[in-house]
Design a protein around this ligand. Structure first.
Ligand code: F6R
Length: 626
């Protein structure tokens, strides 16, 4: 949700290299951050001798901004900031695009988040005769920063004072012509990381902003101000006290965030899935094969005494949590509730020290989930987060973290993170079952073997993707698609519907197949496409025959049926218009396979409709507003 990048470099200052470098660095950072928002983009540059900030901004995708800069090149610079926007206050227009300028054009500000008290601050500034050009809350911050700079005479101190006056969530970056080698940032409940270079330093919403230049990064804590110059990184907190950032090395390289020859990031990330599952499993057992989740620093005695688990997450991550519920309850005999994070803290949930809250998030920045984490901890619960993005906020604020090792997920629609989240949650379930004595070690071994067999099976499903794609191409005219699943495949059905909504802009709904007869079956008429995920005929849930009956029921009413079934399950053949076969797997492992044809179907349908697969309309990758 808004991508932010800042850069300052000594080479550029000394003009050792072409001193357009800050612009190039910032544009490259924006290219890699565009998945966070693509309503508009803009840059601001400063250099010694500038009496005004040089800037360019344009509504729409980054390519529009690049065209503007090509047509009217910007001057050489020493420091730069750049922004790609997901609109909140004010529509996605040129005027509302960031940067926003103040102090007679000598100061430029970019912002991620929402300033909740912007109306009152704006009224105050209007009273003082300040004029505003945009409808954004950001311009209020820019004007406030300018006012504070005039009184404090120091950009860092002005930023600190400004930060304490703002309510809401924000990352702010600023440059001022008086400080042509400096970028100042502030962080409150919104992401910001530092990239450490030699004779150059970076700021970014996440490490993708600077991964092309350095893998050395520094985490900032909440409520901190950071000032970078080519040779220094200074951090203070909102009280003005000095602070230290936590250094780390990013464990993926720039290529991991490239398409690598695939037509889209989503296509690449679908193909990354065998690796994502394998990497998430790797190194999580000791020499004798026991599950060892070293990262979990929660006291074992406490984990043994937990009497309830609440999973909090949003969207796809919440569906991963719903899948995990079936497994964890079955293995550990602990009740598991799965709650949408944004609903959780507003309903007075029953949470205490015996509750383990599991927060699942790819980005680690989803504001709804972060707020739910804070609420759970305030109530005395321990929070364990399952997160993909290292250095993000949710793990920092959790008692423990289990990282998924899916690598960077760039496409806005989540794919490999979903499989990695299920895998990590299953590891947690097995670990708890082992710790609490619900399963013997040979049972755990057997489960681990099942899980370790999954990457190869995922590969098989992906290889069969051409048939799914051909089917999707024949569905270009579809206006509504229903998805049915039962038991552990019910959340997968909802995930399939979500993928289709967000990518192909088609009405889609996922139902528990058993619920069909209680109402939704009224939706079925001639030609209605219905996907059905069929449990294994070997499943001890006994649901196979019931779901096969559900297929017959919808078909009898005219539905066109798309059946996902296990290899060799010939019972479904007479009732399926199309069949997407998946390898045989135990019941609880099936979601890791059944989700894939649904991802491929949605991706291909969006492609034939000429839609942007990686950056669907109105969306952003990490939702950092509530
Ligand atoms: C759907 C999708 C979203 C995210 C949700 C949570 O394809 O990507 O539904 O799953 O916004 O995001 P994270 O996992 O980053 O907390």
């Amino acid at each position: 949700m808004c991508g932010i990048v800042g850069y300052t470099g000594r080479q550029a200052a000394a003009a050792v290299e072409p001193s357009t470098r800050p612009l190039e660095v910032v544009m490259e950072g924006l290219r890699r951050l565009e998945y966070r928002g693509y309503d508009s983009a803009g840059v601001a540059l400063v250099a010694p001798g500038f009496d005004q900030v040089a800037w360019a901004k344009k509504s729409g995708k980054l390519s529009n901004l690049a065209a503007v800069i090509d047509a009217s090149p910007l001057p050489d610079a020493t420091a730069a900031i750049g922004h790609t926007r997901w609109a909140t206050h004010g529509g996605p227009t040129d005027l509302n695009a960031h940067p926003h300028l103040a102090d007679d054009g000598r100061l430029a500000v970019i912002h991620n988040g929402i300033i909740e008290n912007f109306a009152e601050l704006k009224a105050e500034l209007l009273d003082q005769g300040v004029t505003f050009l945009s409808e954004t809350d950001t311009e209020v911050a820019a004007q406030l920063l300018a006012r504070n700079y005039r009184s404090a005479g120091n950009l860092t101190e002005a930023m600190r004072i400004t930060a304490t006056m703002l309510r809401g969530t924000f990352t702010l970056l600023a440059v001022h012509t008086d400080n042509p080698h400096t970028v100042v940032g502030a962080r409150h409940d919104s992401p910001l990381v530092v990239g450490i270079g030699e004779g150059e330093n970076f700021l970014g919403s996440d490490v993708a902003a600077f991964i092309a230049y350095t893998k050395e990064a520094m985490e900032l804590a909440q409520d901190q101000i950071v000032t970078i110059t080519p040779d220094s990184i200074d951090i203070i907190d909102f009280t003005g006290a000095r602070a230290e950032g936590k250094r780390y090395t990013v464990d993926w390289d720039a290529n991991a965030a490239e398409k690598g020859g695939f037509s889209s990031f989503m296509d690449k990330e679908i193909h990354d899935q065998p690796q994502a599952v394998a990497d998430t499993l790797r190194g999580r057992t000791d020499a004798s094969g026991h599950i060892q989740l070293d990262e979990i620093r929660i006291d074992e005695a406490l984990l043994r005494s937990v009497d309830k688990i609440i999973v909090i997450a949003c969207g796809t991550a919440a569906y991963a949590g719903q899948v995990a519920k079936y497994a964890i309850e079955h293995w550990c005999r602990i009740p598991v509730e799965v709650e949408l994070a944004h609903e959780f803290r507003y309903r007075d949930p029953i949470v205490d020290a015996q509750t383990l809250v599991v927060a699942i998030s790819q980005s680690g920045e989803t504001m709804d989930t972060l707020m739910a984490v804070r609420h759970a901890r305030e109530q005395g619960a321990k929070v364990l987060s399952i997160v993909n993005a290292h250095g993000s906020t949710i793990p920092r604020e959790s008692d423990a973290v289990l990282y998924t090792h899916a690598g960077p997920e760039i496409a806005v629609a989540s794919t490999k993170a979903f499989l990695a989240q299920i895998t990590a949650a299953y590891l947690l379930g097995m670990y708890l079952a082992q710790l609490r004595g619900n399963k013997f070690s040979d049972e755990i071994d057997a489960l681990l073997r099942e899980l370790r067999a999954i990457p190869e099976k995922v590969e098989t499903v992906i290889q069969r993707g051409e048939y799914v794609k051909a089917t999707a191409r024949s569905m270009k005219q579809a206006t509504s698609v229903l998805f049915l699943g039962r038991h552990v495949s019910y959340p997968v059905a909802m995930e399939g519907a979500l993928k289709l909504k967000e990518l192909a802009y088609i009405h889609a709904e996922g139902f528990a197949a058993g619920e069909l007869k209680h109402g939704p079956i009224a939706l079925i008429d001639e030609g209605q496409p219905v996907f059905v995920i069929v449990p294994s005929p070997r499943s001890r849930t006994g649901l196979h025959s019931k779901v096969v009956s559900n297929i017959q029921e919808v078909r009898a009413r005219g539905a066109k049926t798309f059946v996902i079934a296990e290899d060799g399950d010939d019972t479904v053949v007479p009732y399926a218009d199309e069949i997407f076969w998946i390898p045989q797997a135990p019941t609880l492992m099936q979601p890791l396979l059944a989700a894939i044809p649904l991802q491929i179907f949605a991706m291909e349908l969006a492609t034939v409709k000429g839609l942007d697969v990686d950056q669907p309309r109105n969306l952003a990758k990490s939702v950092t507003v509530e």
